[in-house]
Design a protein around this ligand. Structure first.
Ligand SMILES: *Cc1c(COP(=O)(O)O)cnc(C)c1O
Length: 398
């Protein structure tokens, strides 16, 4: 309140002390803006903000200073034209898919080994509204090309690294195929982060992240972000203003705070993951390890071209020799340091059992066909000491 007007206690309670104008100071971090509405000295200015004649905030469903800051950061990390934050990774995927399909054929060509909820999104949300999906092995370029010619998809949807077997599709080549066939290439880059792969630089049109994972990194918030090229950004932003899947200011603050240390965490996580993979490869209780730096990895040539040298991500998947479901449960119950649960990309190491979590809804046959055996577990390596992570695995494997 600037001017003195007479107020009784009810009026005071609502107005006194609020809407103080900042002085010449600037807080060293962006404060949390919970305001639903923004006001100006006069209505004419507000009118110009609404008409986009001048930059400013009007209503929190459109944007707010926390999300604007986080969006500027994410667009910069991915080298994109613009970014839009959402309440979760799934909200970002839904919005991104809707936006790229607006003026394209309502058919998605999707990688067959997608994050479970993404497959559900296609089958249970998009299919009932008339968008068909065809699944393809995204690492088989000939199959991808054939499926494009046959289905004429409006969108190709893939993940930088597949879950949980860590297969890697060729973004540059698939991007070229997409461009030649008027399809948008949408890449979920959650597993790799812009430290390791920047899909827009390779030819993708739109990138999506679950901010819940590596970018926020502490397991204390949810969020999603879409980063796109200039062609798709306005459609994404204007659709968001109508849909309203926005990231709340508190979560936005946590994501922004976490993202500041993301490169440091990622460097440590990647170095730890290499050590853990080497340790498991030598361990007598382990049948097989999946990790992108292996010399016999089926996608090693794509990985060499696509990944930042020396960084392979923080996920290590492995088959425990001779273990059935009960054996895996016993092994996981013995872990003392590594957290048992779902999610990934946190400061703490976390183990997930695909059979009971991410791939629970698949039939045993579907799992078998994807190579997800009953003795497979997925480890998201954290920033602890690699020696301590290995020691915990070792004692649990005895
Ligand atoms: C977690 C995850 C999502 C979904 O993100 P939420 O923030 O949980 O909605 C999408 N894709 C991948 C690869 C993920 O790991």
């Amino acid at each position: 309140m600037e001017e003195k007007v007479s107020m009784d206690i009810n009026t005071k309670a609502v107005h006194v002390g609020d809407r103080r104008k900042p002085g010449t100071y600037v807080p060293v971090t962006t404060p949390i803006y919970t305001a639903a509405t923004y006001i100006y000295d006069n209505v004419e200015t507000l009118d110009k903000v609404f008409s986009h004649e001048i930059e400013g905030y009007a209503y929190a469903r459109y944007d707010n200073p926390n999300n604007s800051g986080l969006e500027e950061l994410c667009a910069s990390l991915e080298n994109g034209h613009g970014a839009l934050t959402c309440a979760s990774g799934m909200a970002a995927l839904q919005l991104a898919l809707s936006a790229v399909l607006v003026d394209r054929r309502k058919h998605v060509l999707a990688a067959s080994a997608l994050y479970g909820a993404t497959t559900n999104l296609l089958m249970n949300v998009f299919a009932p509204f008339g968008t068909e999906t065809t699944f393809v092995d995204i690492t088989d370029l000939a199959a991808v090309e054939e499926a494009i010619l046959e289905n004429k998809p409006g969108c190709i949807l893939m993940e930088t690294v597949s879950n949980p077997l860590l297969r890697v599709g060729d973004i540059a080549k698939i991007g070229a195929l997409a461009r030649a066939n008027n399809a948008a290439l949408l890449v979920d880059n959650t597993f790799s982060t812009p430290m390791i792969v920047r899909p827009l630089e390779l030819g993708a049109h739109v990138v999506v992240h679950s901010l819940t994972k590596y970018l926020s990194g502490h397991g204390d918030t949810m969020g999603g972000v879409i980063v796109s090229d200039s062609e798709h950004f306005e459609a994404i932003r204007s659709m968001s203003r109508t849909y309203g899947p926005i990231l709340g200011a508190f979560d936005s603050y946590l994501c922004f705070r976490g993202a500041k240390t993301f490169p440091l965490r990622m460097e440590r996580i990647c170095a730890n993951a290499i050590e853990v993979a080497r340790f498991l490869e030598k361990h007598p209780a382990i049948e097989r390890v999946h990790f992108p730096d292996q010399a016999d990895h089926p996608d090693r040539e794509t990985i060499a071209r696509q990944f930042t040298a020396g960084l392979y991500g923080g996920i290590v998947s492995f088959d425990v020799k001779g273990a059935d479901k009960q054996g895996i449960m016993t092994f996981m119950d013995r872990l003392k340091l590594i957290v048992r649960g779902t999610s990934l990309g946190d400061v703490h190491s976390l183990m997930l059992y695909p059979l009971i979590a991410s791939h629970r809804d698949l039939s045993p046959k579907q799992r078998q066909r994807q190579g997800i055996h009953d003795n497979l577990v997925r480890l998201s390596v954290g920033i602890e000491s690699a020696a301590d992570i290995c020691a915990d695995l070792d004692q649990a494997l005895r």
